[in-house]
Design a protein around this ligand. Structure first.
Ligand SMILES: [Zn+2]
Ligand SMILES: [Zn+2]
Length: 141
């Protein structure tokens, strides 16, 4: 799994993608790293000085460049994370917390889908749902 702790480590990669590096962009990326799987709302709370429109534009640009991955699940509000393969998400049904776990990409599913349906397969999404540790404790009270 990709392990990047400092957004500054991404600068060579960002330059490769043709992105203009600004302190604001580095700040946004650092906050996404720190928060895990934030929504744009979450980011806005972390950076009240940056307008939500600017945050949206940057996040959309990062997604387009393949730097961020958009996670469309949950309550219809997208969450964002750094693009990395070979991992899936477990999502808490109670509080919405998302945690990564490493697992090899299920290419076999795509292969079987392609064989059986003759579709040209581009991707798949697998989500695992349950109750996180905090919510388990809450409900047993
Ligand atoms: Zn929870
Ligand atoms: Zn993730």
């Amino acid at each position: 799994m990709l392990t990047i702790n400092k957004a500054l480590e991404l600068i060579p990669f960002l330059k490769e993608q043709g992105l203009r590096i600004t302190p604001q962009r580095i700040q946004i990326l650092q906050n996404i790293l720190d928060a895990g799987h934030p929504t744009v709302e979450d980011l806005s709370k972390m950076m009240p000085g940056i307008s939500i429109g600017t945050l949206y534009n940057n996040v959309k640009l990062f997604v387009k460049l393949g730097i961020l991955n958009e996670l469309p699940y949950g309550n219809g509000i997208s969450r964002y994370e750094f693009y990395q393969s070979n991992h899936y998400h477990v999502i808490c049904q109670s509080c919405g917390d998302i945690v990564d776990f490493a697992f090899p990409n299920l290419k076999e599913v795509e292969q079987i889908a392609a064989n059986l349906t003759k579709f040209q397969i581009s991707s798949h999404i697998m989500e695992v749902y349950g109750l996180c540790k905090t919510c388990q404790n809450d409900s047993s009270r």
